[in-house]
Design a protein around this ligand. Structure first.
Ligand code: ZN
Length: 192
């Protein structure tokens, strides 16, 4: 896609400018959510190259430019990534969401898991409930004194994030916020 000019940020200035970060404010189940970018064609292509073409080095392309600011903003939060199916991670060789947000240097708890892939295809009526069914807590740490930052790559309908919120709420954290890389507009379709 472009030349590597900087070890920390594997894309050049020109491409960085095309990414156009916006830090869009959203609400998810009443909690504050932020989308760093909108799902513009450049971001879409970059996410595809990273997630779909397994271009691992791009994990640093999305948030490393403002990792310090984000880390400060969410100081004291524990990061909980929205999971992928284990088989997809195994095929890719890495979990794309985990690798992006590791760059923040905040404590990460991988306590959500995704199971039963086929459920996604059937989810028509009462879809939120169905999504809820294929996300699960894989551990129950004591989060009562913690603030939680739920993170994901693409926010489409928000149903996955909402299910993740509902599960994490069971652990009674002090606060939940959400951070995603890109939010699609209603018209835009996505594999998520
Ligand atoms: Zn470039």
């Amino acid at each position: 896609m472009c030349h590597i000019l900087n070890e920390k940020i594997p894309i050049c200035r020109t491409c960085q400018n095309e990414m156009r970060p916006k830090f869009i404010k959203l609400k998810a189940e009443g909690h504050n959510a932020t989308s760093i970018y909108d799902y513009n064609p450049f971001i879409k292509k970059l996410i595809y190259q990273y997630k779909g073409c397994y271009d691992y080095e791009l994990n640093k392309a999305f948030i490393s430019m403002f990792a310090k600011e984000i880390k400060l903003r969410y100081s004291g939060y524990v990061v909980i990534p929205v999971p992928s199916y284990k088989k997809e991670d195994e095929e890719r060789g890495f979990n794309h969401v985990v690798e992006i947000y590791k760059n923040l240097g905040l404590t990460m708890l991988e306590i959500l898991e995704k199971t039963e892939k086929h459920k996604q295809a059937i989810s028509t009526v009462n879809s939120r409930h169905k999504v809820y069914k294929y996300l699960a807590l894989s551990a129950h740490p004591d989060l009562r004194k913690k603030k939680v930052l739920l993170v994901d790559d693409v926010y489409t309908t928000g149903s996955t994030i909402k299910s993740a919120i509902n599960l994490v709420e069971k652990l009674n954290p002090k606060r939940i916020e959400v951070l995603v890389i890109a939010k699609t507009k209603p018209k835009q379709t996505n594999t998520n």
